[in-house]
Design a protein around this ligand. Structure first.
Ligand code: VGL
Ligand code: ZN
Length: 199
């Protein structure tokens, strides 16, 4: 039998209003995401989880400001404000998120040298997080994704999942975007091209 999972991406304090990398309206989705959990066989939460001084932080690069680009060995990388530092308050889930319902919490971005937008692979698009193996060994084939940010971590996770052969739906009304330099439009195009269903 084919099972379904709700994948909740990075619903953490730092991505909610007043957080270090706030996504507008990020907190509005918490209650409806909680309500959706009961409709799935499994619930997976992802948690952006960077060591202090992570290479994706502008503060780690002399003369660079947040939201500038840099070339990393694995390709171009946006530089971010310091966010989701391991064990900080900002890295905790939104206090109203129903974490008790989660079967699995997958952390990502812990490698100091590589960012990890996707729940499946680090930004080299090759180093796995282990989520694929977890889902396959549980016979989960249908994924619905919600969370933050639609144009970065949700986008990368959805495209990777589709590429791996999962049946993927992104619930746009339960996502919020950063939307810098046309990143939202590009993400929506990329997800469509990868075969992701945008609901
Ligand atoms: C994210 C930027 C940096 C996200 C995480 O969750 O979309 N964006 N780290
Ligand atoms: Zn991050």
């Amino acid at each position: 039998m084919s099972l379904s999972a709700l994948i909740v991406i990075d619903l953490q304090n730092d991505f909610c209003p007043s957080g270090a990398l706030a996504v507008a309206g990020g907190d509005e989705i918490v209650a409806p995401v909680n309500a959706l959990m009961a409709q799935f066989d499994a619930v997976v939460l992802t948690q952006d989880w960077h060591p202090a001084g992570h290479s994706s932080f502008a503060s780690s690069h002399k003369g660079k400001a947040p939201f500038e680009m840099i070339d990393m060995p694995y390709g171009p990388q946006v530089l971010w404000p310091d966010h989701c530092v391991q064990a900080s308050q900002g890295a905790q889930f939104h206090p109203q998120l129903d974490t008790a319902r989660a079967d699995l919490i997958i952390r990502k971005g812990y490698n100091p040298a590589i960012d990890s937008y996707s729940a499946f692979f680090e930004n080299d698009r090759a180093t796995p997080t282990g989520l694929e193996g977890y889902l396959r060994t549980r016979a989960i084939t249908r994924l619905t994704m919600v969370g933050l940010a639609l144009d970065f971590c949700v986008n990368y996770s959805a495209v990777d999942a589709a590429r791996l052969g999962f049946d993927v739906t992104v619930r746009q009304s339960l996502c919020r975007a950063i939307d810098m330099d046309g990143s939202l439009a590009a993400a929506l195009e990329g997800m469509k091209a990868a075969g992701v269903t945008l609901a």
